[in-house]
Design a protein around this ligand. Structure first.
Ligand code: SF4
Length: 58
């Protein structure tokens, strides 16, 4: 479930996804909360941030 609210920076969450509207100039996350999904993930690449929102589309 995506959370579209901007809030305080999430402490300890660094993110390099510059195409996400929640990404800040210093590569941190400004979403109020994030959700990381993929229940059967076995590798890093199999996880993903479901809060990701491409700039200009949501
Ligand atoms: S919402 Fe997810 S993808 Fe977007 S900046 Fe935050 S951690 Fe990165």
């Amino acid at each position: 479930m995506a959370d579209k609210k901007h809030g305080e920076l999430l402490p300890g969450v660094g993110c390099d996804v510059v195409s996400c509207k929640f990404n800040t100039v210093d590569c941190r996350c400004s979403a109020a909360r994030i959700s990381v999904q993929s229940e059967k993930a076995a590798t890093k690449g199999e996880t993903y941030c479901s809060t990701f929102c491409p700039r200009g589309t949501c």
